[in-house]
Design a protein. Structure first.
Length: 382
């Protein structure tokens, strides 16, 4: 009886000791041994993640050594190896595929997302604006077109005076560019200082102008256009038709030649009004009141030349011949010689693109020294 109790007590003590030892944490050496056993018992890795098709089970190439049960229990791999040793074959390792992208069509792609290394190393493309083209009305006289630019307006004054007998006049002219090729013009004779031919006394005085006219200029090519105008004298009523063929040739940036801008002035009713000298209009109006035969009109063949000395400074010369009553000799329609030759020379200064100042001297008729006529010019554009 005593021996049986002793054996039972010893058996219970051994079982309790084994339980306590198994419950204690493994020592570093035991952990190292357990890892080594797990590596030996781990099956070969299955196919890479994302590979389609069935997965082949890994072969069991090793069994854990005795005493490595704690290591096998420490990690899942060890447990799988242990079970393989007990069952005689390895278990399959299931590999999960990566989930598909949430945006298969790229609709929700964020353009502000960080770029890849390849994109960051690519050279940046910088957009450059094209070289600005030259625009606006030229400051220089030589490259200026025959007509104004579209939607551009110009107002000018052209005062001048003849020395002997003294007669001065000033015309106001406005131009407007409807299109780059079409220009409208309006001219009004503001007045002049002269001896009124309708009065018996000789007296210099200012007389308001009575001539006004509308014209249109169409640029056919860069160097030629056509101009049609209708001058009207208010009292007594007189109407005429003006025709011109303005031309302009440029030679580089310094020289230009042109003319024929005031070619014809044809009488329609009573006499042909002019915008150059109000004394001529007053004389023709007085003769029309007493039914004196007057000129049928004028033919003017004029030429001008421009030398661009500086961008804002140019020298301008003009010359031509005028045939009163369309004749070169004496007729009943003109007083004295019908053929006259005129010449002027001047300078034009343009401190701004919108402003011109000019002055010229010359002769209205080279055959008469008293026709010496200084003139001024002022133009403002908007």
């Amino acid at each position: 009886m005593t021996a049986r109790r002793l054996i039972s007590v010893l058996s219970a003590g051994l079982i309790a000791s084994a339980s306590i030892v198994a419950a204690q944490p493994a020592t570093p050496a035991a952990k190292k041994a357990s890892k080594a056993g797990a590596k030996k018992a781990a099956p070969k890795a299955g196919p890479k993640a994302g590979t389609k098709g069935p997965l082949a089970p890994a072969k069991d190439t090793a069994t854990p050594a005795k005493g490595d049960a704690s290591g096998a229990a420490a990690k899942p791999g060890g447990a799988a190896a242990g079970s393989g040793a007990a069952g005689g074959e390895g278990s399959a390792v299931q590999m999960t595929e990566d989930p598909p992208p949430s945006d298969m069509s790229g609709v929700d792609e964020n353009p502000d997302a960080p770029k890849s290394v390849v994109d960051s190393e690519a050279p940046a493309v910088v957009a450059t604006a094209p070289a600005p083209k030259r625009s606006g009305y030229p400051l220089e006289q030589v490259p200026r077109p025959i007509t104004l630019l579209q939607n551009m307006s110009e107002v000018s004054l052209n005062p001048h005076a003849q020395v002997s007998p003294y007669a001065g006049a000033t015309a106001l002219r406005a131009r407007y560019g409807v299109t780059p090729e079409i220009q409208l013009g309006l001219t009004y004779m503001l007045g002049g200082i002269f001896d009124d031919p309708s009065t018996p006394q000789s007296k210099q005085a200012f007389h308001p102008g009575k001539a006004v006219g509308l014209d249109v200029t169409v640029m056919l090519q860069d160097w030629i256009g056509v101009q049609v105008g209708v001058p009207i004298y208010i009292s007594p009523l007189a109407v005429s038709l003006t025709l011109g063929a303005p031309i302009k040739f440029t030679f580089g940036d310094k020289y230009a030649l042109g003319g024929l801008d005031d070619l014809l002035n044809i009488r329609i009713s009573r006499f042909a009004p002019t915008f150059y000298q109000e004394l001529q209009n007053a004389t023709n109006a007085n003769d029309a009141m007493i039914n004196t035969i007057k000129s049928a009109g004028e033919l003017r063949v004029s030429l001008f030349g421009i030398y661009q000395y500086e961008p804002d400074l140019a020298f301008i010369g003009r010359t031509g011949i005028q045939m009163e009553d369309f004749a070169s000799g004496k007729t009943d329609g003109c007083n004295g010689e019908c053929l006259t030759t005129y010449i002027y020379a001047g300078v034009s200064y343009s401190p701004r693109r919108y402003l011109d100042l000019g002055f010229s001297i010359g002769f209205d008729d080279l055959a008469h020294g008293g026709s010496f006529a200084p003139a001024g010019f002022l133009a403002f554009r908007i």
